[in-house]
Design a protein around this ligand. Structure first.
Ligand code: PA5
Length: 430
């Protein structure tokens, strides 16, 4: 279960009573599904309503792909891949010991990156999971076409049917039509769940299962989250308490930036997922915190100076995992030329933990308060539970700012400009 704590002088004199009434209304709005954008609250109880047959079909497909191919390319952008990557990296690490490789494409328009992935795949038998709720997003659509043409040229058209799995809307968009025409296996993204809340649907479940991770445990963690973070009194609900604290840091402390921090590089993609979840949900009508991410102690050697003594513009939210996935002991060296024998025999995780405590003290005693979200260890159960915690916190946070958590109208502006520049039919006069 997720634990929540705060550290720093800022929190000592905080009095939440001024927002009690508003917070109560917001928590009722979520529970009663009466707030703006409520048609997209399907994630609230999706996991507990997920039929066993659907879980079985996902696992069966994942096993088919694992058994018949050497790699899976997940083609998607934003909510269609960030949660997946977050779970897979947190569980399997950045250099996984698995014969079945997972790669990501369609999350960029970079020709160099795309060409390099193709080079990397040259001698591998790979499958594709194309994920797009709208079925029309340019980045994944272009990457999907490139990958398909590559496979078709190499193995012929027949190869595509078994090698491609499409995860998309039930009936809307170009992807579902193509999947029906070509006979690809298809999984549905429910239309009451937006992209950034979709990791708990087949969007995340299929590729996570393909990575050999126990999705039943992941789902169990989410289901338990539905109960654990249902309390309507925000003072008793850790997800809402986190949301209220960051609301005060923003509105009272005048901090415009929340920096998510991890001490485990393999959890950095969770922070990337969080950036999207919160920035896209809150950042509208001139409101919201800018969420950014850092990996310590790495970034202490680049951003640490600024955090300690620079413009006081940010607070930290530390994602703390009590127990590391793996550990290693510092060896003894009889010559001790590096003067490190005072650390010999000690676990690297202990040194990392001391760095965490020391940094927390240093930053919070200056002008950088911290909120701390912790789990005891990174398991499929805990990460499911953690993600649900952040879903609840995000909905609550956005409603506290009186914005619709579930749309992203601002993202369309660059797309319209780009389509005009590219000469997309229908965009000539926009
Ligand atoms: O949260 C969102 O809705 C977005 O970030 C989408 O996930 C992203 O734009 C990709 O959209 P789609 O899945 O329709 O290709």
């Amino acid at each position: 279960m997720v634990k929540f704590a705060t550290k720093g002088a800022f929190f000592e004199k905080l009095d939440f009573s001024s927002i009690d009434e508003k917070a109560q209304k917001v928590s009722e709005m979520i529970a009663n599904r009466s707030g703006e954008g409520n048609a997209f609250l399907g994630w609230l109880d999706f996991a507990s309503n997920l039929p066993e047959e659907e879980i079985e079909r996902i696992i069966k497909t994942a096993n088919r792909l694992r058994n018949n191919y050497e790699a899976l390319v997940i083609v998607g952008i934003g909510g269609s891949y960030l949660g997946t990557k977050a779970v897979i990296e947190a569980m399997n690490g950045l250099y996984p010991q698995d014969n079945f490789e997972i790669l990501y494409l369609g999350n960029t328009l970079s020709s160099s990156y795309t060409a390099q992935i193709l080079q990397h795949l040259k001698n591998k038998k790979f499958a594709i999971n194309v994920v797009s709720k709208s079925g029309t997003t340019t980045e994944p659509a272009v990457a999907f076409r490139i990958l398909k043409c590559y496979l078709e040229e190499k193995y012929g058209h027949e190869y595509l049917k078994d090698a491609i799995v499409a995860t998309t809307d039930k009936s809307r968009g170009a992807l579902v039509k193509e999947a029906q025409t070509e006979g690809y296996e298809t999984f549905v993204i429910p239309n009451n769940i937006g992209g950034r809340f979709s990791v708990l649907t087949p969007v995340g479940l299929l590729p996570i299962a393909c990575a050999g991770i126990d999705i039943r445990e992941f789902i169990r963690g989410i289901r338990d989250g539905e109960v654990a973070y249902a309390e309507s009194d925000y003072r008793k609900n850790p997800a809402y308490l986190y949301a209220i604290n960051r609301y005060f840091l923003n509105k009272v402390g005048k901090y415009p930036v929340e920096m998510f921090v991890t001490y485990e590089p393999q959890n950095k993609s969770i922070l990337e997922w969080l950036k999207q979840l919160l920035d896209e949900s809150e950042g509208k009508d001139g409101q919201g915190l800018l969420c950014t991410a850092a990996s310590f102690t790495t970034d202490l050697h680049s951003m640490g100076q600024f955090i300690q003594q620079g413009t006081p513009c940010l607070f930290e939210t530390i994602l703390h995992v009590d127990k590391p996935v793996l550990d290693i002991t510092v060896p003894y060296d009889k010559d001790n030329l590096d003067n490190l024998n005072y650390l010999s025999g000690r676990k690297l995780s202990e040194i990392n933990q001391k760095a965490y405590i020391a940094t927390l003290e240093a930053h919070t005693s200056s002008h950088t308060p911290a909120t701390i979200v912790s789990i005891d260890e990174m398991t499929p159960y805990n990460i499911g539970n953690l993600m649900y915690f952040f879903f609840k916190a995000t909905a609550f946070s956005a409603y506290m700012l009186e914005v619709n958590p579930f749309n992203q109208p601002g993202v369309e502006v660059y797309k319209t400009n780009m389509f005009k520049l590219l000469g997309k039919p229908g965009y000539e006069n926009k």
